[in-house]
Ligand binder design. Structure first.
Ligand code: AMP
Ligand code: MG
Length: 270
């Protein structure tokens, strides 16, 4: 898949999101062409998760960020299909509570990181603290400007302690968001998903794109690089993210642990 190399941001790289077409689908033209490959990847993911759980030396943290309707919920549903829920937590980051605001901004993220053997998916994350917070100046500039480095240090500590950190920015176009919001408004079963804030935040599109570009430049590190995922086409988004997760887990070269006892000596009584 030729996009793979390009969609990982090298540390410090200046990112102009206009250079990344949200409708990009690589060598594929339609969903049907990816089904077989995705099925195989899902099977590999299930096997790798079992190994992650059995070995319990590493943890996997998956971070999903993007504009409203970019497909964070859909990614969680589709990519993790078949993953054993016992080994996986999904954590949604909303407007911080008074309790959360009374602590450092990384506190709620750190509380939610996966334990060894497990996967945590962050639906939004500590990156909100350099995105929505930056766009709306929810804290003074000198506070949020420090956060890029603080995030990098936090993630490095996680990685050095055995957690793989995979970060996906789900890139949709402004037109695609319009269509998705309209389809929610036109479908009574999707009304619950529409928030006034979705429409309001859309008005800050350019400011958000700038905030994402800075985030991608400053927080793509050797230990936890950002991936830009073309996300207008849900099937391509699912394929690329699943592939990234499978590749990252394969690299860990995990082994089933040696049994603590010689199981061949065991006999099972009738
Ligand atoms: P949703 O994920 O669409 O249910 O909405 C969650 C809302 O929480 C979004 O509007 C985010 O902008 C907001 N949010 C997430 N993190 C923060 C943060 N650190 N500060 C302020 N608002 C946030
Ligand atoms: Mg929303």
């Amino acid at each position: 898949m030729e996009l793979k190399a390009k969609n990982i941001i090298t540390p410090g790289e200046l990112v102009s999101l206009d250079d990344y077409p949200p409708g990009y689908t690589g060598v594929y033209e339609k969903k049907g062409q990816t089904k077989k490959r995705l099925k195989k990847l899902h099977k590999q993911l299930r096997e790798l998760q079992r190994l992650l759980y059995a070995e319990s030396k590493h943890a996997l943290l998956i971070i999903l960020q993007g504009m409203d309707t970019c497909g964070k919920d859909g990614t969680i549903r589709d990519v993790m299909k078949g993953v054993n829920v016992q080994g996986c937590d999904v954590v949604s980051f909303k407007v911080p509570t008074a309790d959360e605001l009374s602590r450092d901004f990384l506190w709620r993220a750190h509380k939610a990181v996966p334990s060894k053997g497990k996967i945590s998916i962050f639906n939004r994350s500590h990156y909100g603290d350099v995105l929505v917070v930056r766009v709306h100046n929810l804290v003074p500039e000198h506070v949020w400007t420090q956060r890029y480095q603080q995030i990098n240090d936090f993630e490095r500590m996680l990685v050095e302690n055995g957690t793989v950190v995979l970060k996906f920015y789900l890139h949709i176009s402004k037109d695609e968001q319009k269509e998705r919001l309209e389809s929610r408004i036109n479908d009574p079963t999707k009304h619950w998903k529409v928030q006034a804030s979705d429409i309001r935040e859309r008005g800050y599109w350019a400011d958000y794109m700038r905030a994402y570009e800075v985030m991608l430049q400053k927080c793509s590190t050797d230990w936890a690089p950002w991936h830009i995922i073309p996300a207008n086409k849900k099937w391509y988004r699912n394929l690329v993210i699943t592939e990234c997760i499978v590749e990252a887990l394969k690299k860990l070269d995990m082994q089933y642990p040696e049994p603590a006892i010689d199981v061949t000596e065991l006999t099972i009584a009738d």
